[in-house]
Design a protein around this ligand. Structure first.
Ligand code: ADP
Length: 495
């Protein structure tokens, strides 16, 4: 397993790093020469820069990916050979684990151990999809006398991956792992706030034997490089993880070319705690599910629904734990780090102010370390009680360390509240009653339901995706291989 992070490395890694795009196997700047400065969320200090890619850079990357797809050698390699490239990439990520974890932590502001956890997950994704590449296969269909009908899984072609800033290493790995395993080629647009590990992984992919043009990266702003990529006619399929509004814009752009999309758009995920639950087991998991990554997690458990008889006791204990939480710079490896940028910090602060103005009681507030650098984007965790389920805080994703508590009476109300938002990504159900575990889990409208657990172990093997506003399509696990390919039916007349 990986070592605990080296804090010296955390401070120094990527000092003055000037990242480049990866197009056709070459490291290149933006054609315009323009660059974007990259600041560390912990102190606001610029420590790196990335190319400001635009339409011309996207054109070059898509052309390179198309050439690699059509001319090969990627498309002529066997699935086993493609899998071996991914397996080698997994090994290289492990070899560079310390550097990648430190870089991710510095670029996103996440506590050092979360950077390590993200690298560990990335290693697993490439390992998993490396091993899966030659196991996704079609079938033979009983058909008319004198005919043979078969189905095969075909790659889409050029896949565009638009990656958010909250878990770049992990989300890139789930996209690239599944897309490359199925024989697609890739153009990735990482988030302008956190692109550095994506560029590094594309470099390592070349070292792992990915032919030039198979794994391209263009950094830049969403409205420039991102928009050019999602609406590009040379792209065959678009996969996106991020906010619902941006998801709509990307789907509209892809619809201009009638291209397929996978959309993972976040949630307002509930944890339902029944009176018979093992409260000692539930408490740390409920806290962690909203504090991890400062609440900037699609699957954050941002609502806790507590059954009436234990509501007072459970929320009092939650409050005690919230009060002890401290936001600190990433290299202190504290409870939580800063938020990603000023815009996000202002957005979260505004949602907290709105909830306070609506009169919802603040049951507890954590703190920001006294000596946290001024330029950092820190937000103390907040626990709200008696939240109106129909209020903004009851309905909208905050993407910050803000937990909304509600009370309920009985299964019916629990299910109604849990399903009472437009989202449906993840849910947690805490109860010792076996029958209730099944009844409630079955009725929850979410892509993943955990019983007496939440987000168990990162679960790279577990299909992940949403209902409703949380998006559509499935990532992770074997099922992602189906999203990253299409069924072809071939019929032979025996003559
Ligand atoms: P945020 O609003 O916090 O930046 P987004 O969901 O908008 O989160 O961003 C996720 C990713 O989508 C980033 O890589 C971003 O650059 C990209 N993006 C933002 N706007 C667009 C757009 N209009 N078209 C394509 N990509 C976009």
């Amino acid at each position: 397993m990986l070592k605990t992070p080296d804090t010296t490395l955390l401070r120094t890694v990527a000092e003055e790093r000037a990242a480049l795009n990866v197009i056709g196997g070459k490291m290149v700047g933006a054609k315009s020469g323009a660059r974007i400065e990259v600041a560390c969320p912990s102190d606001g200090r610029v420590f790196a820069s990335i190319p400001r890619g635009e339409t011309a850079d996207i054109d070059a990357a898509v052309a390179s990916a198309r050439h690699a797809f059509e001319v090969g050698p990627w498309s002529r390699m066997t699935a086993t050979e493609r899998g071996r490239v991914l397996t080698r990439l997994s090994g290289l990520v492990e070899q560079h684990a310390d550097e990648l974890a430190a870089l991710e932590s510095r670029d996103t502001g996440k506590p050092a151990r979360q950077g390590v956890a993200d690298v560990t997950a990335a290693i697993r994704y490439y390992e998993y999809y490396g091993a899966a590449a030659d196991k996704a296969h079609g079938s033979q269909i009983p058909f008319l006398e004198g005919y043979t009908a078969i189905t095969t899984r075909e790659p889409h072609g050029v896949v565009a991956g638009i990656i958010p800033w909250n878990y770049p290493l992990q989300i890139l790995a789930r996209v690239a792992g599944a897309a490359l395993a199925m024989g697609n080629t890739l153009v990735v647009k990482p988030a302008e706030d956190a692109s550095l590990t994506t560029v590094r992984i594309a470099e390592l992919a070349l070292e792992a034997g990915c032919p030039p043009g198979v794994f391209n990266v263009v950094t830049g702003y969403g409205a420039e490089a991102g928009a050019a990529l999602s609406g590009h006619p040379g792209v065959d399929y678009v996969t996106f993880t991020g906010s619902p509004g941006t998801g709509t814009a990307i789907q509209q752009a892809a619809a201009g070319n009638n291209r397929g999309v996978t959309m993972e758009l976040g949630g307002k995920s509930p944890q339902i705690v029944f009176a018979d639950a093992d409260l000692d087991a539930a408490l740390p998991v409920v806290v962690n599910a909203i504090i991890q990554n400062g609440g900037q997690t699609c699957s954050a458990g941002s609502r806790v629904l507590v059954e009436k008889p234990i509501h007072e006791e459970f929320t009092a204990e939650l409050a005690r734990r919230f009060e002890a939480l401290v936001a600190e710079p990433h290299d202190r490896d504290g409870d939580l780090g800063p938020l990603i940028n000023t815009r996000q910090a202002e957005r979260v602060a505004a949602m907290i102010a709105e909830a306070e103005a609506a009169g919802f009681p603040v049951l507890a507030k954590g703190s920001v370390a006294d000596d946290a650098p001024q330029g950092g984007h820190y937000q103390a965790p907040v626990l709200f009680g008696a939240v109106d389920p129909l209020s903004a805080l009851g309905q909208e994703e905050v993407f910050g360390p803000v937990l909304a508590a509600f009370s309920f009476e009985g299964e019916e109300e629990a299910v109604r509240l849990a399903n009472g938002t437009e989202y449906g990504l993840v849910a947690g159900v805490w109860t010792r009653d076996g029958g209730r575990q099944h009844r409630v889990a079955k009725r929850i409208r979410a892509g993943q339901v955990y019983v007496n657990a939440y987000g168990a172990g990162g679960g790279i093997e577990l299909p992940f995706g949403g209902f409703g506003r949380s998006g559509h399509g499935r990532e992770k696990g074997f099922e992602a291989l189906m999203d990253m390919s299409a069924t072809k039916t071939t019929v032979f007349n025996h003559g």
